[in-house]
Write a protein that binds this ligand. Structure first.
Ligand code: ATP
Length: 327
């Protein structure tokens, strides 16, 4: 393996996702194995601008693979949107001789990384770290599996109480622009309806189905809503249901930030470990500005600009299946 670079940095940026620590560990340990000096940037691009950059050792990443959150911390950094901010950030890398960067985050973080790379000719490798699974070029993102399992666990519990009281529960899960958490958790918990930004929400159809179920005395119902659904989230759906079906015992539950936390699942730990390992191999092979993804269980590289710009379409077959299984 050609080894033109000798110093690299890694950071986590944007919304945190379980499995980011496993990815940091993999980047650091693989980098050290190949004789690189590896730096950790604290609080994403903020730490780069503010010069909070620390040399990492093997022990810096000991005992973290099972922990949620990120030991490097994450942040959203306004200064990085400006050319001056990015120049200051780059100078802090340059003075340490850092020649490559691994960015673990979502599309915003990749956009920032790509700008830095274009402006200062610095190779950047992106690892998809987001619970939303909204990046093109990968079947899964780091944190998605854990977030979905957390949602499934919570919704199963909600169904128990819904059943005890014959209630309709409208559960909101995360996903501002992508409905994958709602889709997966809704299917896995047998939800009667799943509302996602990628599919039109026909509230009249939902009311008609609920009303018909009310007549059949099927009183337990579960609707899973992605926060970014065009209808406006669980509370808005509940308002309409209460207005049209006042006798239905309707409750709302918003799962919120619990979906980001917790110990990563085995799937996320392995995904993050594989991706971190390949990020270093990419830099050593002279690749730049690609996202390391996973396609059909094989590592796949996608140019960052495509990973950011393109969107995966939810297969119509999934939506058809949801309808059939809920009937
Ligand atoms: P998530 O998917 O969880 O929201 P993300 O990586 O998309 O994660 P953002 O908040 O969009 O999170 O972006 C994280 C940071 O990346 C921003 O705070 C900013 O520092 C940098 N960034 C985002 N977009 C740009 C941009 N257009 N130019 C420069 N920097 C950017």
């Amino acid at each position: 393996m050609s080894n033109k670079i000798s110093k690299i940095a890694v950071l986590t940026s944007g919304g945190d996702a379980p499995g980011m620590n496993a990815a940091i560990r993999s980047v650091v340990r693989t980098g050290l194995y190949y004789g690189l000096e590896v730096y950790g940037v604290i609080r994403g691009f903020s730490g780069m601008v503010e010069d909070d950059i620390r040399l990492m050792e093997s022990t810096s990443v000991a005992n973290i693979i099972q922990r949620g959150g990120t030991i490097l911390k994450s942040a959203r950094c306004k200064a990085f949107f400006t050319p001056e901010g990015r120049e200051q950030a780059y100078n802090n890398l340059k003075k340490r001789g850092i020649e490559g960067l691994v960015v673990i985050g979502g599309d915003g973080s990749f956009t920032g990384g790509l700008k830095l790379s274009t402006e200062f000719d610095l190779p950047v490798i992106g690892l998809p770290g987001t619970i939303d699974k909204d990046l093109y070029g990968t079947d899964f993102t780091i944190g998605f599996d854990t977030a979905v399992n957390t949602a499934v666990d919570a919704i199963d519990k909600i169904r128990d109480t819904a059943d005890a009281h014959d209630r309709l529960f409208i559960v909101e899960v995360m996903g501002r622009h992508a409905g994958y958490i709602a889709l997966y958790s809704g299917i896995a918990t047998g939800a009667e309806n799943i509302l996602i930004p990628e599919a039109e929400t026909n509230i009249d159809d939902i009311i008609a189905a609920l009303s018909e179920k009310e007549k059949r005395k099927k009183l337990v119902n579960l609707i899973v809503v992605a926060e970014g659904d065009e209808f406006g989230g669980a509370s808005e759906v509940a308002k309409v249901v209460k207005e049209k079906l006042p006798n239905m015992d309707t409750r709302v539950s918003i799962l919120g930030h619990m979906q980001r936390g917790g110990s990563p699942t085995c799937v996320d730990r392995i995904l993050a470990s594989r991706m971190g390992f390949h990020a270093i191999e990419c830099l050593l092979q002279g690749r730049k500005n690609v996202m390391v993804g996973i396609k059909d269980d094989k590592i796949a590289y996608t140019p960052l600009e495509i990973a950011i710009r393109e969107k995966d379409k939810i297969n119509d077959e999934w939506l058809r299946m949801v309808k059939i299984l809920a009937s």
